[in-house]
Design a protein around this ligand. Sequence first.
Ligand SMILES: [Zn+2]
Ligand SMILES: [Zn+2]
Length: 131
Amino acid sequence: MGLSSLVEPAIEPEQLEPGPAQSVSSAAALIREMLPAVKYAEIVSSNGPESCAVCLYEYEEEDEIRRMRNCRHMFHRCCVDRWIDHDRKTCPLCRKPFVPDELQEDFNEKLWAASGIPDFYSEYSPITNFL
Ligand SMILES: [Zn+2]
Ligand SMILES: [Zn+2]
């Protein structure tokens, strides 16, 4: 394991754990709500241009950025959204949870409310539908 493996943002299919299907979209939506996107120009520091650890492009002033509440890492909105869509709930860079401990309970409550009555069985469709 070299250093490069730490910054490599590869999303490998075998790393994707199958989560409970009905909570994925609400969890993703809630995470997006918690991490509002802002223009890079609004949060830029005097440290000069930084680059997104997901796509490795430098931020442009007009780029929309999401900043992690827990670790303060920043990513392009579109980059981190793709990550969230893979049901990831941790920072692509440092693997800290998107949801800080002190907000975890609140998050779970909202998630519970958003998902309503678990609609588990109706989510089940034969996989042959996709063939
Ligand atoms: Zn990016
Ligand atoms: Zn981080």
